[in-house]
Design a protein around this ligand. Structure first.
Ligand code: DX5
Ligand code: ZN
Length: 221
């Protein structure tokens, strides 16, 4: 993949025409899709489960499926999401008391591994896991809903994480999720982001391919 990657979050898509919306993105050269799984416990909202991930996989067999689990006790569901066709599974630091064990479990299911932190969780807490993950996801909103305002202190966290990556000689990708749009995409990539997740900015646009092109132009220097 060429970096930065633009990963539409299908949470903001029109579920009654999901296949068409995915194809519109694929026709605009989107290769990653971000799937937001919410359980109504870890986060206040319920989104969708492995059935929808499997439907995305069926409709876009070549796509890379980036599955973001906002659920309590994620270990119980890792296999279901791997079977549904996830290429990468991210779990929240806040939900995993035995984080290395959970990351190992994801890897042994044949998926790439990611860890996520909420806005109020310090990046420093991730230092012990950095050598073991393929991706770190920085939440730039409190997870639970699409369409929220970007939290400005996320830039500092991204920079801190970039510094930690060099200090630890680690190779994980840095992803940001929440409130990403035309106003901040360029600045986020400058701050060190490899993967931009965007939900409303893409799917609520009148012209989806046009918006994808605008986001790419503002993100790629
Ligand atoms: C927030 C989700 C995000 C969300 C992003 O809980 O993890 O992926 O769908 O949506 P926007 O881009 O609308 O903030
Ligand atoms: Zn997400």
């Amino acid at each position: 993949f060429d970096l930065p990657i633009l990963a539409p979050s299908i949470l903001a898509a029109d579920f009654s025409r999901l296949g068409e919306e995915l194809q519109t993105c694929a026709d605009a050269d989107i290769r990653w899709f971000h799937c937001d799984i919410m359980d109504g416990h870890f986060v206040p909202n319920i989104s969708y489960g492995p059935g929808i991930v499997a439907a995305v996989r069926e409709s876009q067999p070549e796509a890379f499926l980036d599955v973001h689990l906002m659920i309590e006790d994620p270990d119980r569901y890792l296999e279901d999401f791997a079977d549904a066709g996830a290429d990468l599974i991210s779990v929240h630091y806040e939900t995993c008391p035995h984080l290395h064990r959970t990351i190992d479990a994801i890897r042994s299911l044949g998926c790439m591994t990611g860890v996520v932190i909420n806005p109020a969780t310090s990046a420093e807490l991730l230092r012990p896991i950095l050598a073991y993950v393929d991706l770190v996801l920085i939440m730039s909103v409190n997870p639970g809903f699409g369409g929220q305002a970007f939290i400005e202190s996320s830039y500092r966290k991204i920079a801190e994480l970039g510094a930690m990556r060099s200090e630890e000689n680690a190779e994980f990708l840095i992803e940001v999720d929440g409130g990403v749009g035309l106003k901040n995409a360029g600045k986020l990539v400058q701050a060190g982001v490899d993967i931009l997740v965007a939900g409303s900015s893409i799917f609520k646009a009148d012209d989806i391919p046009g918006r994808i092109a605008e986001l790419r132009n503002s993100a790629i220097k």
